[in-house]
Design a protein around this ligand. Structure first.
Ligand code: SF4
Length: 331
């Protein structure tokens, strides 16, 4: 396993080793991606040997990489206990965004999501979340600028480890990515949103709203039963006012939530909340019965929303050919 700064510091203290060594080792692991004590040149031979005998600093292993012509890459990682997770790297003009997984599988079983078809195995540890970024950076040879916790799993059901991962990712001697460039994407776990609100974290929040009607929403997202729309929307309002502007993700699924009355309901629901609506066309998956709406239907829906005062974006779906699109990750 790969260690956090806190873990390395307490291991050093327990062994009467100077505390500053912890920062050096942390820097080697996370900033330079060195996973072999013998290569850490500013550490004495004796200490290197002692550390190597006691600690294993291996993490995830890349099993497979799939690429699209426009540069999207999907990584299949194997964990030390032989579980598999997926991560997607998306190049944009000046940005390199990575979509990281936080769980092996997902316990929430949203009806339209491929990850929901997988058996839920376990939460990922903080180092496994951060390691996805470290290994992708090394593989693509450029720095990741933006992180979205939106791969496999629901990040707010593994918040303790996500927060620890954020420490590694944002540390100036770690992966050094600003929290303002990180987004936690949730299907709408209100308890988790409240915990974020109470924390000092500066991450952005995206809510996969997808259905503006409570009955339909809880049919498609079983977790919505315990996280009703009215309460979810008021937690989102608070986040926008206290932290940063929330993004509502809305995945358009053919004949399910793509009518103009759905668009109207959506606008009414988010009215008055400083927020952005991000429309995404559904990415079909072979074992699921749902389809993407026609471009004409998407245009109608989009145009209807554009008549409001809200900021609306229509996200181009990239990576669906290699099943790297939203909701398609399933190992
Ligand atoms: S949409 Fe998100 S929360 Fe729902 S099953 Fe898929 S990964 Fe889990």
């Amino acid at each position: 396993m790969v260690y956090s700064l806190e873990q390395i510091e307490s291991a050093m203290t327990a062994r009467d080793i100077e505390a500053y060594r912890a920062a050096q080792i942390f820097q080697w692991i996370w900033q330079k991606n060195i996973r072999n004590f013998s290569l850490m040149t500013n550490i004495s031979k004796i200490l290197k040997k002692a550390l190597a005998e006691e600690f294993d600093i291996n993490g995830l292993v890349i099993e497979k990489i799939l690429k699209t012509k426009d540069g999207v890459q999907k990584f299949l990682f194997k964990t030390e206990d032989n579980q598999y997770i997926e991560t997607v790297s998306i190049p944009e003009q000046k940005r390199r965004t990575i979509c990281v997984s936080t769980q092996v599988g997902c316990p929430l079983n949203c009806r339209f999501c491929a990850t929901g078809l997988m058996e839920f195995k376990r939460n990922l540890k903080a180092y496994e979340i951060a390691d996805q970024i470290s290994l992708v950076q090394q593989s693509i040879g450029s720095k990741i600028t933006n992180v979205v916790f939106m791969g496999m799993g629901e990040p707010l059901l593994n918040l303790e480890q996500v927060i620890k991962a954020l420490d590694i990712i944002s540390s100036p001697i770690g992966l050094s990515i600003s929290q303002r460039h990180m987004t936690i994407s949730t299907v709408g776990i209100i308890k988790g949103i409240n915990e974020l609100l109470e924390s000092t974290l500066k991450v952005k929040l995206a809510i996969s709203l997808n259905f503006a009607d409570q009955q339909l929403r809880q049919k498609m997202i079983p977790a919505a039963r315990d996280n009703p729309l009215t309460e979810l929307v008021s937690a989102a309002r608070e986040y926008s006012l206290k932290k940063s502007m929330v993004t509502f993700e809305y995945v358009l699924i053919d004949r399910i939530n793509d009518r103009l009355e759905d668009a109207e309901r959506l606008l009414n629901l988010v009215k008055g909340i400083p927020s952005k609506i991000n429309l995404i066309t559904y990415n079909p998956y072979p074992r699921l019965p749902y389809k993407k709406p026609s471009p004409a239907k998407v245009k109608l829906f989009h145009n209807f929303l554009l008549r409001s005062n809200h900021t609306i974006t229509l996200r181009k779906s990239r990576g669906s050919r290699i099943r790297a699109g939203c909701g398609q990750l399933a190992t």
